[in-house]
Design a protein around this ligand. Structure first.
Ligand code: NAD
Length: 494
């Protein structure tokens, strides 16, 4: 049985806790590997390595840090296929989708290559007579990232690229469901020239997470995962004095106005609803269809579903892979099973005809979903699109703003004025205008509102740099000794 251990101080460290987790091949349903689950004391070993590496790394000049990131950029680029294959094998997403994930992760390393520019502070000459004031950004120390199963390549890159570039050292606790990509990335960072101890991978579950949250030598925690755990991470981490950004779950609505191009809207709903088997935090799960076009839109989505090729990532024609585990597949199937009993209409039942081996479901389409139904209220995180019929813009907007989540949303319309009004009104962090999955490019920042993010800073981009640094302001005088006097008054400029 393949065994996945930890990566500490620049090398593989075999786990000693005696606890392991199961990593499946979701396309066959068979166990593929056993992953070591760290004990609290194994987390301590990794944190000690990161703490030891910190003074050297934070003193490493900016050109050299940028050079390591440029090397890493080249290595990830050269190994796109290998990384994507690792992702596909454990997560189940098809290769094209996994390659897209690597590309979007790589953007973050490219952004961090500009770190000398990003860390520039401000400078005010002659703030008072003979006095200059300037600000500098310094790293926090040892920082940790705790990541979800659905983007085992990209989400760690959202975090470690900026964290390392800013001069921090890093502990990554990836999802225990698909940990191999993180181990490979650790090897690449070493090849890129990152000193040992600067990047460590601790595989594990709640025990490792809880130690990270209480460890006195960890200054900050970035988290991406489901909302209940995000809330727990934020509350526990901040109670222990850490800086925390914790991104949670989502229920993303796509508002389709009567003037929208319905073929474009149907293509977008199908792509964004069923891509990656719906296991994306930016997936569209609710289509808000204006009454006058709802029948036509439902029909267009329904027509497109049979053409989607569901199959294992290893088959090149597959467009949608399996779900992560049998347990998760059964949970999603439960929502489909319960939909009609709640009063919704099951238009396409994805439980029918799915491959029998592995954790597959075919795409499902549910019409007439409404608030109060589980299919509408819960984050299903599977290949299930629900349609809610609305009278028009105002009702659609109200539903989005009343939803407890606020990660992503999209409006489909040809009316620029309506789109602009939507941007202005909507209580959601990331908005698409005729773009169904509006994940910001790496030089903006990623973050939802409401129950989709706990904390004050969004992830990656400029806000990522702010998260991983603290600002110091220096007020400086090079005095002329002849002007020196004792003055007990509060310093004034005039
Ligand atoms: P999850 O919350 O179950 O797990 C995320 C991480 O938390 C994993 O590393 C896991 O080991 C750890 N964890 C799980 N249970 C824990 C517990 N009780 N105590 C401490 N740590 C625990 O999420 P998941 O199933 O891996 O990922 C899917 C979820 O992530 C979805 O809700 C999805 O919307 C969300 N997500 C959000 C974003 C975003 O940017 N907002 C991005 C990707 C995924």
């Amino acid at each position: 049985m393949n065994r996945i251990s930890h990566w500490v101080d620049g090398r593989v460290l075999e786990g000693t806790s005696g606890r392991t987790g199961v990593v499946f091949d979701p396309a066959t349903g068979q166990q593929a590997s056993a992953v070591d689950l760290a004990s609290a004391s194994e987390v301590d070993v990794a944190v000690a390595a990161a703490k030891k590496a910190f003074p050297g790394w934070r003193s490493t000049n900016l050109s050299r840090r940028a050079e390591v990131l440029f090397h890493m950029r080249e290595l990830v680029d050269a190994n796109r296929k290998e990384i994507a294959t690792l992702i596909s094998r454990e997560h189940g997403k098809v290769l094209g989708d996994a390659l897209g994930e690597v590309a979007r992760g790589l953007e973050n390393i490219e952004f961090a290559c500009g770190i000398p520019n990003l860390l520039k502070g401000g400078y005010s000459e002659q703030a008072s007579t003979g006095i200059d004031v300037y600000s500098i950004k310094q790293p926090l120390g040892v920082v940790a990232g705790i990541t979800p199963f659905n983007f085992p390549g990209m989400v760690p890159m959202w975090m470690f690229a900026n964290a390392l570039a800013c001069g921090n050292t890093f502990i990554l606790k990836p999802s225990e469901k698909d940990p191999s990509t993180s181990m490979f990335v650790a090897e690449l960072l070493k090849q890129a020239g990152l000193p040992d101890g600067c990047f460590n991978v601790v595989n594990g579950d709640k025990e490792a997470v809880d130690r990270i949250l209480e460890h006195p030598d960890i200054a900050a925690v970035s988290f991406v995962g489901s909302t209940p755990i995000a809330k727990y991470i934020y509350e526990t981490g901040t109670r222990n004095g850490k800086r925390v950004q914790a991104l949670g779950g989502a229920k993303n609505h796509m508002l389709v106005l009567p003037d929208a191009d319905l073929d474009m809207a149907a293509d977008a709903a199908v792509s964004a609803g069923y891509g990656s088997a719906g296991e994306r935090c930016m997936a569209i799960s609710v289509v808000l269809a204006s009454d006058s076009i709802a029948d036509a839109l439902v029909e267009k989505i329904k027509q497109r579903i049979p053409a989607i090729k569901v199959g294992p990532a290893s088959e090149s024609e597959s467009e949608m892979g399996p779900l992560l585990t049998g347990e998760h597949r059964d949970k999603v199937a439960g929502y489909i099973a319960g939909a009609e009993g709640e009063g919704a209409k099951l238009v396409v039942d994805g439980r029918e005809g799915a491959p029998s081996e592995g954790f597959f479901l075919n795409p499902s389409l549910i019409d007439n979903a409404k608030p109060g139904m589980k299919v509408y209220d819960d984050e299903i995180f599977g290949p299930v699109l629900t349609v809610t019929r609305i009278s028009g813009y105002q009702e659609g907007l109200q539903l989005i703003n009343d939803n407890p989540y606020g990660n992503g949303t999209a409006i489909f319309t040809r009316d620029g004025g309506a789109a602009r009004q939507f941007e202005f009104d909507v209580q959601v962090g990331m908005v698409g205008v005729n773009v169904p999955v509006p994940v910001p490019v790496s030089y903006y920042s990623f973050g939802g509102w409401k129950a989709s993010l706990f904390g004050d800073t969004h992830m990656y981009g400029p806000e990522g740099v702010n998260f991983y640094t603290k600002t110091k302001v220096v007020t400086s005088r090079w005095p002329d000794p002849s002007t020196s006097t004792v003055d007990l008054g509060f310093p004034q400029n005039r």
